[in-house]
Design a protein around this ligand. Structure first.
Ligand SMILES: Cc1ncc(COP(=O)(O)O)c(C=O)c1O
Length: 389
């Protein structure tokens, strides 16, 4: 029996939704995307929602939109505080828009940014903090929000790994000036490829809406404040105001998303049930450091870090998992500073990046998905407990 890293969460409803779109013959962004956005806004109690082609393009369009605000836009050379562990496309738009990164280490147990280093990271050029809740586990969003408010900084929330998570009863992804989500395969909802950007700021929403589709004005309402509409319809139909992208989602993704969103709460609950089995089995065994939940995690996966206090060889553990057919991988992307691409970044580290290196060298995760995984998790525990002896 294999224990895969991910499994499809689709049922007949998603397949039927695909067929309906195929039958309609309308594939590019339209009514299904609009309805998905409206459903998402309602579910997460946010004012504005934009569906995009991926979580990565949601990050790109989101960061770009802050450069075109009328008041206090971001500018090249501004500094951004970010955790040392996240996905590569959390960081790429920051580099592409000429921002300087200040990397902060993570906590070994939550895997999220160590917020005790925030004051140390702050300089007169700091303009933004990027908050990332790793693998379903809320980062210290309340502390980060208060820090940003105090110092007049933007809070950008990359919540691509943590749909369905909550801190203090508030959904992760909604603490930032804007937040992003991913609906890639294996995420909490899956629309093949897909991303979502949310904000309560109408100006940011309109800028992002233009940037999503060629930087044109066509999708904007007449009363927008980001440009002045003329009465010449001929030119208005193809009027470009911002250097944008084509980051639009397909109708297929919108239609699938509508169905997946209906199932989100149930799917997250099953993930949490699996997590309680995982934590019961591993808690108390000091050889393995598992993710400490902060708030309510939506448990993307199950992470294990081989405690440096014990001399356990990760290669041996990985070989045992391979033999047992247990899929495993690096935690998110490990320490981002260890990747070749870092040579293109303007960055500094805030103090020592110690824990991210331990995660990189001694960590891995196995899959969690909305199906009862009690048998798989117990077998996983048996396999690695034996291999670690
Ligand atoms: C933290 C984070 N940000 C962004 C992304 C990018 O999302 P996508 O794969 O939809 O482009 C991911 C992908 O898993 C992620 O983990």
């Amino acid at each position: 029996m294999r224990y895969e890293l991910a499994e499809s969460s689709w049922g007949n409803e998603e397949i039927e939704a695909i067929h309906r779109v195929i039958k309609s013959g309308m594939f590019s962004m339209g009514e299904n995307v609009k309805r998905f956005e409206a459903d998402f806004a309602k579910k997460f109690s946010v004012k504005h929602v934009l569906m995009l082609s991926s979580g990565s393009t949601a990050n790109l369009v989101g960061i770009a939109s802050l450069f075109y605000k009328k008041n206090r836009p971001l500018q090249r050379g501004d500094e951004v505080i970010a955790p040392a562990i996240s996905w590569a496309t959390t960081y790429y738009p920051l580099q592409q828009y000429g921002l300087k990164l200040k990397f902060v280490d993570v906590e070994l147990d939550t895997l999220n940014m160590d917020v005790s280093k925030l004051e140390q990271a702050l300089t007169p050029r700091t303009r933004m903090v990027v908050a990332v809740s790793i693998l379903g586990n809320p980062c210290a969003l309340d502390t980060l929000r208060a820090f940003c408010d105090k110092h007049d900084l933007y809070l950008f929330e990359d919540n691509c790994e943590s749909m369905g998570a909550e801190l203090g009863g508030k959904p992760c992804g909604t603490f930032g000036d804007l937040g992003t989500f991913s609906s890639f395969f294996s995420h909490h909802i899956s629309t093949m490829e897909g991303g979502i950007m949310v904000t309560n700021d109408t100006e940011i929403y309109h800028i992002a809406k233009s940037l999503r589709a060629h930087g044109w004005t066509r999708d904007l309402p007449a009363d927008t404040t980001i440009y002045e509409k003329s009465d010449d319809d001929f030119y208005e139909a193809y009027r470009f105001i911002l250097p944008g992208y084509n980051a639009r989602p397909l109708e297929l993704s919108g239609a699938i998303g509508i169905e997946q969103l209906k199932k989100l709460d149930k799917m997250v609950q099953i993930r949490r049930n699996n997590a309680s089995i995982f934590t019961k089995l591993f808690a108390g065994d000091e050889r393995f450091i598992i993710q400490r939940e902060n708030g309510k995690s939506s448990w993307f996966s199950f992470t294990v870090i081989l405690n440096p206090r014990f001399n356990i060889d990760r290669k041996k553990i990985m070989a045992a998992m391979k033999d047992a057919g247990i899929g495993h991988r690096i935690i998110t992307g490990g320490n981002f500073l260890r990747h070749d691409v870092i040579k293109y970044f303007d960055y500094e580290c805030v103090g020592e990046i110690k824990n991210a290196n331990i995660v990189h060298d001694r960590g891995f995760f196995v899959g969690n998905y909305p199906r009862d995984l009690s048998v798989e998790i117990e077998r996983f525990h048996t396999v690695i407990a034996r291999a670690a002896n």
